[in-house]
Design a protein around this ligand. Structure first.
Ligand SMILES: [Zn+2]
Length: 397
């Protein structure tokens, strides 16, 4: 495998070892003092030290106080770290949380006020109208596609309500998609992040609106995902069981690489839109403090059943047939697709039990979705069922 370079939707260097091209790229941009924004998990790994060692001639600072679902204080502290380091660029290294916080830090490095005032639905939303520092992204999971996205999701510390900042300037100037950064992901994270990518692809494809470019990308992404997610989870399981030689296995690296592409394709495709799975998954992860991908994995079977039963059957059947075709299923039945999604979600030994139970009636899920009259009861029922599974490990009696 060699390193490929392509330019859609931004410049992407893809292949094992692509991370080693970062230093040359930054020198070419006259960057001298980048701030690496990463999460606590990665900061504890030898990977971070090795990455910094591969940045000769650059004085790199590190901000690694990111964990869980990103919150505003993590952004504020990151901006302080950016200023203290007198940084001139931001390197996002991590999963969706680290990349989203990195983007928000880049914005707040040159904009006044509070980061949540830049959320699209803020009553006095502030404009992102200044140039922001050079921002590059290195994904360490194959899930959110945040590395090719134009948004950043940050929650209020107190309420945990998720706020989304949208701007074309949030798109990374360059992505280094290196499968070697993802080969040691544990099985549960591989499955959960993969289910996020799957959900982006499915929901982008199913969402209403005329966007044939995104439709095509979503279907090809689904094919890559169908071929590679399950093998990646199985590789991760075998590595967790002691087969560490698989960390350098060519077939494993290739599967991880294809998952990185599937995730980026999900990130591109959902420019078209997302749907009820994400709406409810955001609520579910707020109520139960769940990983975003896991919440999607829990919600998607119910949401697909809902889509099938509650929309114009004939129109939606064609969409399900096309997706089933990419998944190489024998029959084009939505129920089969649902079962497939369910199976992949369970694959990662995901711990579906939350530490705290939530009051569903008070959940903020309604803010994410404009419900059509007559569908609310069905959505509430679906949400209750999925939440019962998340909280108790089984549907409510
Ligand atoms: Zn997502």
């Amino acid at each position: 495998m060699t390193i490929s370079r392509f330019s859609f939707p931004t410049t992407i260097h893809f292949g094992p070892g692509a991370r080693k091209l970062v230093a040359d790229h930054l020198h070419g941009q006259a960057v001298k003092r980048p701030l690496i924004v990463t999460d606590r998990g990665i900061a504890a790994l030898p990977l971070l030290k090795a990455f910094v060692a591969d940045l000769p001639g650059l004085d790199a600072g590190i901000y690694s106080e990111i964990w869980g679902n990103p919150v505003k204080s993590q952004v504020d502290n990151g901006v302080a770290a950016y200023r203290a380091h007198r940084a001139d660029a931001v390197i996002g290294l991590g999963g969706g949380a680290a990349l989203d916080v990195a983007k928000a830090i880049a914005v707040m490095a040159t904009h006044p006020g509070d980061v949540l005032e830049y959320a699209w639905d803020h009553p006095q939303v502030r404009p992102i109208d200044q140039p922001i520092p050079h921002f590059i992204a290195l994904p360490t999971t194959a899930g959110t596609g945040s590395e090719v996205g134009r948004s950043s999701v940050v929650s209020d510390d107190a309420t945990h309500v998720k706020k989304i900042i949208f701007s074309p300037v949030l798109l990374a100037k360059c992505v280094f998609a290196d499968p070697e950064l993802t080969v040691d992901l544990p099985p549960a994270i591989t499955a959960a992040t993969g289910m996020d990518a799957l959900t982006h692809l499915v929901e982008a494809y199913l969402s209403k609106g005329f966007q044939p470019l995104c439709d095509g990308i979503a279907l090809q992404g689904l094919r890559l995902l169908a071929d590679n997610l399950e093998p990646c989870v199985n590789f991760a399981r075998r590595i967790a069981a002691g087969e560490t030689a698989l960390l350098n296995d060519e077939e494993h690296r290739e599967a991880r690489g294809m998952m990185l592409n599937a995730a980026m394709m999900g990130g591109v495709a959902f420019q078209k839109g997302l749907g009820v799975t994400h709406s409810l998954a955001h609520a579910l992860s707020t109520v139960c403090d769940l990983h975003h991908g896991l919440a999607n994995g829990i919600m998607i079977p119910y949401a697909m059943g809902f889509n099938h039963d509650n929309t114009r059957r004939e129109a939606v059947a064609a969409y399900f047939a096309a997706m089933a075709n990419e998944w190489e299923m024998l029959r084009f039945e939505p129920a089969d697709f649902v079962a497939q999604g369910d199976r992949v979600a369970v694959l990662g030994d995901c711990a579906w039990k939350s530490k705290r139970t939530g009051q569903i009636a008070e959940s903020p899920f309604a803010q994410f979705f404009t419900f059509r009259e007559g569908r609310i009861a069905a959505i509430v029922e679906m949400f209750d069922t999925a939440t019962a599974v998340a909280v108790h490990g089984r549907p409510a009696a």
